[in-house]
Design a protein around this ligand. Structure first.
Ligand SMILES: Nc1ncnc2c1ncn2[C@@H]1O[C@H](COP(=O)(O)OP(=O)(O)OP(=O)(O)O)[C@@H](O)[C@H]1O
Length: 230
């Protein structure tokens, strides 16, 4: 496959988004290819999270297009967009994403249970996913009983469990020290590569972005590097 000739899996074109009078995106265009790990960098308030939310169909742009596998994400029905997020996308955020009342194993198994996978099969797959992220030993603990780094690895396992084609990660290591942050990133990227998932990662940290295949800089709501036209 030659770069430049393959169709992108996910594509944003000329996105504009304002929150009241505040501009967040001002003509941002970006392409993400299948299996690619892409880091969105840039100063605070430059529009990185808004771009990620638009790409993931969480926030509607004022204008511009988002296409996933050739489908128009902005124009599709809410129901269809929710289904897309549930089945094709995975999400990892900075913190607070695990259900505190459930064990770590139950948290990872939850997306499978929601799609009708039987309890025992879901638990088996969740257990494998925890082991892959090197947190098999916290399976029976609740999120409040594990460290920040372990919790983030559980969150990554949960995001990967349904086999999404794109994982959106907004500062997934932002609450961790650099050693734990790098460990989470290494395991996250290894696991994503094994499943072939593309990763769209927002980060401030060059050390985290170093795990990506490609870095793009968002500044004043626009993509500032030439790679986006790849
Ligand atoms: N829900 C919202 N309501 C109002 N303004 C918002 C909202 N979300 C984002 N903004 C504004 O839009 C601009 C872009 O924000 P965004 O969160 O996308 O930037 P960012 O690059 O992700 O920032 P950070 O690195 O600090 O998280 C900022 O000026 C922000 O204050």
């Amino acid at each position: 496959m030659t770069p430049g000739t393959d169709a992108p899996l996910l594509e944003a074109e000329d996105l504009v988004k304002t929150f009241g009078a505040t501009p967040a995106l001002d003509g941002a265009s970006l392409r993400v290819h299948a299996g690619e790990v892409l880091a969105l960098m840039g100063p605070s308030g430059s529009g990185k999270s808004t771009l990620l939310h638009c790409l993931a169909g969480i926030v509607a742009p004022n204008s511009g297009q988002v296409r996933y596998a050739g489908q128009d994400v902005v124009a599709m029905s809410d129901q269809r967009r929710s289904a897309l997020r549930r089945t094709e996308f995975g999400f990892v955020f900075q913190f607070g994403q695990l259900v505190p009342e459930l064990t770590c194993l139950e948290n990872v198994a939850l997306p499978l249970r929601l799609t009708g996978v039987r309890r025992r099969e879901a638990a088996r797959r969740a257990s494998d996913a925890l082991a892959q992220l090197e947190v098999g030993d916290v399976a029976d603990k609740r999120p409040g009983e594990v460290s920040g780094g372990q919790g983030q690895r559980v969150a990554v396992a949960r995001a990967l469990i349904t086999g999404p084609r794109v994982i959106f990660a907004d500062e997934p290591t932002g609450a961790l020290d650099s050693l734990n942050g790098e460990r989470v990133m290494r395991l996250f990227v290894e696991a994503a590569r094994q499943t072939g998932a593309a990763v769209v990662l927002v980060t401030h940290e060059a050390r985290v972005a170093a795990y990506s295949d490609r870095e793009v800089v968002v500044r004043d709501g626009k993509i500032r590097t030439p790679e986006h036209v790849r």
